[in-house]
Design a protein around this ligand. Sequence first.
Ligand code: NDP
Length: 433
Amino acid sequence: LQRNPGETEFHQAVREVLTVLSPVLSKYPQFAERKIIQRICEPERQIIFRVPWMDDNNQVQINRGFRVEFNSALGPYKGGLRFHPSVYLGIIKFLGFEQIFKNALTGMPIGGGKGGSDFDPRGKSHDEIMRFCQSFMTELYRHLGEYTDVPAGDIGVGQREIGFLFGQYKRITNRYESGVLTGKGLDWGGSLVRKEATGYGTVYFVNEMLKARNDSLEGKTCIVSGSGNVAIYAIEKIRQSGGKVIACSDSNGVIVHEAGLDLDLIKQIKEVDRRRISVYADHHKDAKYLANGNIWDLPCQVALPCATQNELDDKSAKKLIDNGCIVVAEGANMPTTPKAMNHFAEAGIAFGPGKAANAGGVATSALEMQQNASRDSWSFRLTEQRLQDIMVDIHKTCHDTAEEFGQPGNYVIGANVAGFLKVARAMVAMGLV
Ligand code: NDP
């Protein structure tokens, strides 16, 4: 705490991992001897930089850029870029810390990192977004490389922004280095299924959790918070798996449509028109928009928080439990507060932590890197099959590790311990670096 003052979200993420590690440290004393905990909590490198850009009124604007290269024991730093006004070092460090263990769980050769800026893309023109991305990359490029650090998207950074960033990297370095960024467009080195991967992966994880309880998504009522990339493709896969999604949201309110959400309309509003989700209610008379509503007040059996950190608090957790919810899986990073997680554990809810449940996105980014390295592009079917296999494996790893450490069914312990073990072993093997 004293070493990293004010970095609240980072403290929360570290606490979640460390509280479950004592049996691991007893079993493997070499980790304590080699000070793995202290080393893993300290980023290998943190870069903070000025991002000056010109707005459409010819006014100079200044933002702050970040890249935290947290851990490269398993491979090049890998993790997204977030553009949102709430971004500061504590947010990037929490995301980068989570990313280390998530990436380890995927079984792919990728280390952990994260970056972003306090730039607010909302209300900015296409050209302003482009100028910002170009300025951001003009500093960041010197720290990147397919063997060094490979960013991707996150909140506020989608394929459009990755395009501007990639274009500027190519221009500055004079290299068509496809593997330096993931989440690229399909015409220029992107991978099929990357767009869908995080949402689809979360639902595959839910399917596995339900299977472990001899149950399935068939006929289940579900709610999905957010209406961005993760939420949209979680909704799509739930529908393909026989579930019904009755609500989604954004930071202003909630759309409720008991008949089941109209996914084509959501895609049109969010991906094509880039408008707010409230517009949905103008198209369906039987849907309601709840301005400032709390999505977790709605009765459901499956709840997927897919928006942002700490969006599901203890009151909301109690409400979900009282309303008969049986499964919660985190499509977003750290959306559930620690108190809410405790409630779910006490109530015996199947709870999939983000490190495991939303790892499909970064896993498919690693598949994109594989395709770039071999100058190949795989079919949708093959890539989706690989994604599904990876999510089934992650579920099994978390499930079996939780059992091994005497906490059957506790995926939080399973994910944190399994992810930590892999990274810690590699760090010990590589000596004091
Ligand atoms: P997007 O920017 O595409 O979407 C984010 C969505 O969340 C928007 O609909 C946004 O609404 C909404 N939102 C933000 N804050 C709140 C809030 N307080 N209450 C309700 N809704 C809110 O981001 P992504 O979908 O890519 O990311 C969502 C989460 O998933 C993040 O935690 C991210 O780190 C995580 N994640 C993403 C991955 C990916 O591949 N994209 C991979 C793994 C994790 P508004 O427009 O009002 O801000």
